[in-house]
Design a protein around this ligand. Structure first.
Ligand code: HSE
Length: 405
């Protein structure tokens, strides 16, 4: 192999994942890839990983102006800065590997256009589910009309917190602090616990699953921050766990829906056993029923292993073709679907504020009130402010495909 076909990387960002990439490239002797320069915001900031003198720069031109660099790896925390870097690289015709899910979920249509206009590639398997190769599999193996549902635990931090609280009786705040110390959480951990990180990943997954881009504000998203002991007790009594679940589901041959919500997960489900910072993705389709992908969804080295895989894919000029986006019969997005939910509340008069299609169970004790009922997703979306009230917690009770498990 000559030096000419060596991958020479300009790396943007040297945080948890950036340093992980530095380490995995040292282990991957056959990668034939090297980091030439690392661009960071603050060169003087102390970092756990030592790099050779002159490797760090705070000037992006040291990367874009270096004719030797033939791949940009972008791992910057700030979504707008990351979009500027990625779009500049693509305009220079330099392929990019990125892990920036918030940025990609917001700008994906423009990024697809930029790849086409500049005849170059953007790969981002690391953006969704850390080490699990979900994007490339959806793009290549599930490249057909059989897919019915992609559903799972897409956020390691919230799953870590729920596991510690649920299985180890720890308190919520110390579990969150630990998720931050372990490098799982976002710099703003509300993205993890309020469901936005899962939402961004779901948006990206849906483009590769069904060929449709749906903007974040059109998708019902609720996280885990309002969970209380009574919810955990309720789940335990029913022999279930509460997990933060993101899902995109075909509700009819021509329609699909998607949402992010805590879910009461039955022991019989694959994701019941997905604990700590692990992620688990269930892919359901006609003919093959269910398949399950499991792996570490957060942390420097697991995410860096996915970056390495994309770097290696560029050795073979791999790029996403977004084939499903040009299918003639793409399903349309609908929120006109019935869900079954558990809503626990206290002061907020939930039964007066929400119209249920049917109520299955209701408890009205002074300290603990809940409703289990069927409700239209549009009703939840129209009243989404209710779920900002700290005394209100909602969890989905799955009803799609229930007779097919
Ligand atoms: N904060 C994210 C998580 C990191 O906890 O899953 C990986 O995307």
């Amino acid at each position: 192999m000559t030096d000419n076909n060596k991958i020479k990387i300009g790396l943007f960002g040297f945080g948890t994942v950036g340093q992980g990439v530095w380490k995995v490239l040292r282990q991957a002797k056959n990668a034939h890839a090297e980091i030439r320069r690392i661009c960071v915001r603050d060169i003087t900031k102390p970092r756990a990983t030592a790099v050779p003198e002159g490797m760090l720069t705070d000037n992006a031109e040291d990367i874009f102006g270096d004719k030797e660099i033939n791949l940009v790896v972008e791992l910057v925390d700030d979504a707008e800065a990351s979009f500027r870097i990625v779009s500049t690289a693509l305009r220079h015709g330099i392929p990019v590997v990125s892990g920036s899910k918030a940025m990609i979920a917001k700008h994906l249509p423009e990024l697809i256009e930029l790849q086409r206009e500049n005849d170059t590639a953007l790969l981002y398997d690391a953006s969704s589910c850390g080490s699990i190769p979900v994007i490339r599999n959806l793009e290549e193996y599930y490249d057909n009309d059989l897919l019915l549902e992609v559903k799972g635990i897409l956020n390691g931090s919230s799953n870590y917190i729920l596991s510690r609280v649920f299985d180890h009786g720890e308190d919520y705040d110390s579990a969150l602090r630990r998720a931050q110390e372990l490098g799982f959480a976002e710099s703003d951990p509300s993205f993890d616990i309020e469901g936005y990180d899962s939402l961004f990943k779901l948006i990206i997954i849906t483009v590769h699953a069904l060929g449709r881009f749906v903007a974040a504000d059109e998708i019902f998203t609720v996280g885990i921050s309002h969970i209380a002991d009574c919810d955990i007790r309720y789940a335990r009594e029913k022999d279930k766990k509460i997990k933060l679940v993101a899902q995109v589901v075909k509700t009819a041959p021509e329609a699909f829906t998607m949402f992010v919500m805590p879910e009461l997960v039955d022991r019989s489900k694959y994701i019941y056993s997905v604990d700590d910072e692990y992620n688990g993705v269930v892919i359901r389709g006609e003919c093959y029923d269910r398949q399950f992908m499991f792996g570490k969804g957060a942390g420097g080295l697991p995410t860096a292993s996915s970056i390495l895989s994309d770097i290696m894919a560029r050795r073979h000029d791999y790029r996403y073709e977004y084939k499903k986006m040009s299918y003639l019969n793409r399903p349309y997005y609908t929120t006109d679907v019935t869900l079954r939910v558990y809503i626990r509340y206290n002061r907020t008069p939930v039964p007066e504020l929400l119209i249920f299609n049917q109520i299955h169970e209701q408890l009205l004790t002074p300290g603990n009130k809940y409703i289990i009922g069927d409700i239209n997703l549009n009703e939840l979306i129209a009243n989404r402010d209710i779920f900002n009230a700290p005394d209100v917690f909602i969890a989905n009770i799955p009803i799609f495909f229930i007779d097919r498990d």
